[in-house]
Design a protein around this ligand. Structure first.
Ligand SMILES: Cc1cc2nc3c(=O)[nH]c(=O)nc-3n(C[C@H](O)[C@H](O)[C@H](O)COP(=O)(O)OP(=O)(O)OC[C@H]3O[C@@H](n4cnc5c(N)ncnc54)[C@H](O)[C@@H]3O)c2cc1C
Length: 332
């Protein structure tokens, strides 16, 4: 039986024995094999944050951070696709009883897999996605520039603002393209296998029972800084990979220091801690390239893939305060 006690070593084993050896080929093919995500599900990782009564592992924040690090060290594309799912498990666990009953156990087991389309409605400025209610249906309109995991997910949690512009509605949508929901693959130079698409919604209708929750925009904004910690583990994972490939080096101490900073920062200092993690991943990737030598620029080398992934981590999940701190950290 899958338990939380040994979930970190189990994730490390999967990352080292399955994900990392294949990561170069996965990146070149531009697709995470379904079998890799099935292996994460079989290890209980789709239910990492889910409640135990629904078959989840109920892992605490430290355990979640350590697992994200290990998987990202193995293969950032696979880790990135999987990570989106955890937010949906939390949303459904906190959602209406009927949705919990219908979906939570399947989400925890990874029989149903999910992604998110959140930033288009929560970032500053006009909402790029709107949701209105028409009798017993919700109608979604707008464009979401980034949705990761398409083709690997059954559901996508879409955030949209209501007519008042002051509330954000979170709606579970079947991840099936059609006339009212179109997808266009994003062509990227890093996490090429993350199946990231642009989503277009044109009067897309879903049953109102698919609403997981509605939160005032002001409340979301006020709580945003406190939620910045988890994505920092993607950068730490990249540093872990570099440190393992390089062998013992001063990077080990830098990694430990940035990890402590992320773990102990109060919300108002998390943006700077995230910037420090992204900057360290960037430096570690540069170090790996330099230490590898000319072979690092051959397509398919671990060093060149890691350097491209460090580029992605300079911008992914950013916020104005992260960007400002990162620009300063990099000498701008
Ligand atoms: C490859 C890739 C895959 C991605 N996959 C997903 C995905 O699956 N689902 C998803 O929802 N997003 C996804 N994103 C979006 C990601 O979260 C954004 O990259 C991030 O919000 C910053 O993007 P940006 O700098 O382009 O700014 P934008 O997202 O265009 O936002 C504009 C500005 O608002 C700031 N901002 C953004 N969100 C907030 C917020 N909540 N509060 C305050 N300020 C904010 C940004 O820092 C930026 O300064 C993905 C991005 C990339 C590059």
């Amino acid at each position: 039986m899958v338990g939380v006690i040994d979930i970190v070593p189990r994730a490390r084993r999967l990352a080292q024995e399955l994900l990392f050896p294949a990561a170069g080929q996965v990146d070149a093919a531009g697709q995470v094999p379904a079998g890799h995500l099935d292996a994460l599900a079989a290890a209980g990782l789709y239910g990492l944050t889910g409640p135990v009564h629904a078959g989840g592992l109920g892992a605490d924040r430290t355990t979640v951070a350590a697992v994200v690090e290990e998987l990202a060290a193995g293969d950032l594309s696979a880790a990135f696709v999987w990570l989106q799912h955890l937010g949906v498990v939390s949303a459904v666990a906190a959602g209406p009883a009927a949705l919990r009953g219908d979906l939570l156990a399947d989400l925890c087991a990874g029989r149903w897999r999910a992604g998110v389309a959140l930033q288009a409605a929560t970032r500053p400025g006009p909402a790029a996605v709107r949701v209105r209610r028409e009798s017993d249906e919700l109608v979604l309109d707008g464009d979401v520039p980034w949705v990761t995991g398409w083709g690997h997910i059954d559901l996508v949690l879409v955030a949209g603002r209501d007519e008042s512009d002051e509330r954000v509605l979170f709606v579970l949508v079947d991840a099936v393209a059609g006339p009212t929901m179109t997808v266009r693959p994003q062509r990227m130079v890093a996490v090429t296998a993350s199946a990231t698409v642009e989503l277009g919604l044109r009067g897309h209708r879903v049953p109102a029972a698919r609403l997981t929750g509605a939160v005032p925009l002001a409340e979301l904004r006020a709580g945003d800084a406190a939620g910045l910690r988890p994505n920092g583990s993607l950068a730490l994972g990249l540093v872990v990979r570099c440190a393992r490939l390089l062998g013992s080096s001063p990077l080990d101490a830098d990694l430990a220091a940035v990890r402590v900073r992320l773990d102990t920062a109060p919300p108002e200092e998390l943006a700077a801690a995230r910037a420090a993690a992204a900057a360290l991943a960037h430096r570690a990737a540069g170090l790996l390239v330099a230490a590898t030598g000319s072979r690092a620029v051959l397509a398919g080398a671990d060093a060149e893939r890691t350097a491209r992934e460090a580029l992605f981590l300079l911008v992914f999940g950013s916020r104005p305060a992260i960007r400002a701190a990162l620009v300063a950290e990099l000498g701008g």
